[in-house]
Design a protein around this ligand. Structure first.
Ligand code: ADP
Ligand code: MG
Length: 247
C-alpha cells in the first residue's frame, strides 16, 4: 500500500546547527501519528520541510508516492495537504466565519483580495458546516481576536480542514488550551478523522493529549528520530525518558 506521507533521510541545518538529522518515517491513510520531543528537537523544522516552508538540505518527501520535495505550500495545498500553526494564524479583526472562508480560499490566491472580492457561496456553506462541526455556532459572528485562546486554537484547527484535506499537520494544537477545550478538541479531531479518513500528523507537548489521540508516536531528540511505537511502547522506552530528563 502506498503511504500518504513518506519522509526519507530528511536533514536541515541552520548555519552550524543541525536541526533535523536524517529523519525517515511514513504515515498510512487514516492514521493519527504523533511527534513528540523536547523543545528545540526539530519538530517544527521537520513540519516546515514537509510543507515546503523550508527547503531541506537533504532527503525526500513523497505524498501518495509522488515526490513533492521543494514544492511551495500552495502547491501542496492543492494536493490536499493542510496545516495548523504553533503560533496562531487567525485574523483577529475578522469574524470566525470570515476566518474560515479565508482559509478555504487560501490555495486560490491572495487571501485579502479574495475576501473583499466576490464571495463564493460554496465556501460560505463549507464555513457554516465547519462551524457546526467544531461547535462554534455561538461564536460565528465574533471577531476571532475576542475569543479565548482555546477557542482560537479550535478555530485554527477548523481552518485547516476548510480545504477538505487528505493530510493535516497539526503543530501543538493543544498548547495553552484549558482542560475542557482540550477534551473537546480531541473529540472533534477523532470525529473528523473517523468521518473523512483524513490522515493526521500531530506535534504535541501535552503527553496525555498525544498519548490518547495517536495510535503511533515518533520521538525526536536533537534532530534525530530516537524511538517509534505505540503510546505504551513510548512511555516505557528508556531512551525517551533519558531524552526528556537529560534536558
Ligand atoms: P521544536 O519545534 O522541536 O521545538 P524547532 O524545529 O523549532 O524545534 O527548532 C530546532 C532547532 O533549530 C532549535 O535549536 C531552533 O533554535 C533552531 N531553529 C529553528 N528555526 C530556525 C531558524 N529559522 N533559524 C535558525 N535556527 C532555527
Ligand atoms: Mg515547535
Amino acid at each position: 500500500m502506498t503511504s500518504v506521507l513518506d519522509v526519507k533521510n530528511l536533514s536541515r541545518a541552520f548555519g552550524g546547527l543541525q536541526a533535523v538529522r536524517d529523519v525517515s518515517f511514513d504515515v498510512q491513510e487514516g492514521e493519527i501519528l504523533g511527534i513528540i520531543g523536547p523543545n528545540g528537537s526539530g519538530k517544527s523544522t521537520l513540519f516546515n520541510c514537509i510543507l515546503g516552508q523550508l527547503v531541506p538540505d537533504d532527503g525526500e518527501v513523497r505524498i501518495d508516492g509522488e515526490v513533492v520535495t521543494g514544492l511551495r505550500p500552495s502547491q501542496l495545498n492543492r494536493r490536499g495537504v493542510s496545516r495548523t500553526f504553533q503560533l496562531l494564524q487567525v485574523f483577529p479583526q475578522l469574524s470566525v466565519r470570515e476566518n474560515l472562508i479565508l482559509a478555504g480560499q487560501e490555495h486560490r490566491g491572495s487571501r485579502l483580495k479574495r475576501l473583499f472580492g466576490p464571495r463564493d457561496a460554496g465556501l460560505t456553506t463549507d464555513a457554516n458546516r465547519m462551524i457546526d462541526f467544531f461547535r462554534l455556532g455561538h461564536l460565528a459572528e465574533e471577531k476571532a481576536g475576542g475569543l479565548s485562546y482555546g477557542q482560537q486554537k479550535l478555530l485554527d484547527a477548523a481552518m485547516a480542514f476548510m480545504a477538505g484535506p487528505r493530510l493535516v499537520l497539526l503543530d501543538e494544537p493543544a498548547g495553552g488550551v484549558n482542560l475542557t477545550m482540550l477534551a473537546s478538541l480531541k473529540e472533534r479531531l477523532q470525529a473528523i478523522n473517523a468521518e473523512t479518513r483524513a490522515t493526521f500528523v500531530v506535534i504535541e507537548h501535552n503527553m496525555e493529549f498525544v498519548m490518547s489521540l495517536c495510535t503511533r508516536i515518533l520521538v525526536l531528540a536533537e534532530g534525530r528520530l530516537i524511538a517509534a511505537g505505540t503510546p505504551a511502547d513510548i512511555r516505557s522506552n528508556p531512551d525517551v525518558i533519558e531524552a526528556y530528563l537529560g534536558h
